[in-house]
Design a protein around this ligand. Structure first.
Ligand SMILES: C[S@@+](CC[C@H](N)C(=O)[O-])C[C@H]1O[C@@H](n2cnc3c(N)ncnc32)[C@H](O)[C@@H]1O
Length: 213
């Protein structure tokens, strides 16, 4: 297989559909939950369990920055990466202390992170809130490989997505395809759960922990 690292970056499913206003509805939904003081920290709590104290954590496809901010509150050095300019602005306005790198996941590299003044190696990378099912077509392995290249030696990646009947414009992503992509990206599947409270693997949601092999 040719190395796709330097190939052009195709538009992802999220940005292809920005005009459909689903990005605003995602943002407004979570902003409303935050205003109402609801607990939306499930992903961050599990990421915190996976991390050493004062860890370097990268939130890939961070959206409005809600998970990144919850992790920063727990004492971690967090870098949010987001491509949608509206979500980048919302994140910077709501959580000004969280560093946001405006980039596609596929465009990340140690050079890009270094230029942004951010760590180049991470203890935990979170790819939660259905980011995997909004990647551009056939870029799942490339995205996982790119993120894997930024892991510290004992680092781990926390992934969460709905494999079937996900939100509008997202892909169907059977767990067998995900398992194959993880392996093709040179990563190992350490755990698969069905929820962030570590319920057993289920058909309706995938929560996975990946590690370098
Ligand atoms: C439903 S939102 C979830 C945001 C956030 N992770 C959360 O849980 O609140 C999906 C996000 O995936 C991001 N995304 C999808 N593909 C991406 C890519 N290739 N590079 C960067 N961000 C991407 C979108 O821009 C969007 O912010």
């Amino acid at each position: 297989m040719s190395d796709p690292t330097n190939s052009p970056i195709p538009p992802n499913r999220w940005e292809l559909n920005i005009s459909s206003a689903h990005d605003a509805s995602y943002a407004e939904c979570f902003e409303d939950l935050i205003e109402r003081g609801e607990d939306i920290d499930g992903e961050a709590r599990l990421a915190d369990v996976l991390a050493p104290r004062r860890a370097r954590i990268l939130d890939a496809g961070a959206g409005i920055g809600r998970v990144a901010a919850a992790l920063a509150l727990r004492g971690h050095d967090v870098t949010a990466v987001e491509k949608d300019p509206d979500l980048v602005s919302r994140s910077r306005a709501r959580f000004p202390d969280v560093a946001v790198v405006e980039s596609d996941i596929l465009g990340l590299s140690t050079a890009v992170l270094e230029a942004a003044g951010r760590p180049t190696s991470y203890d935990v990378i979170v790819v939660v809130g259905n980011v995997m099912i909004y990647l551009a077509e056939d870029t799942e392995v490339r995205a996982l490989r790119t993120l894997g290249s930024l892991l510290a030696p004992k680092g781990r990646i926390l992934v969460g997505f709905r494999p079937h009947k996900g939100p509008e414009h997202s892909r169907e992503y059977p767990v067998e395809d995900f398992r194959r992509h993880v392996s093709e990206a040179g990563l190992g599947l350490e755990h698969v759960f069905g929820t962030y409270e570590l319920r057993p693997a289920a058909d309706d949601y995938v929560v996975a922990v990946l590690r370098p092999v």
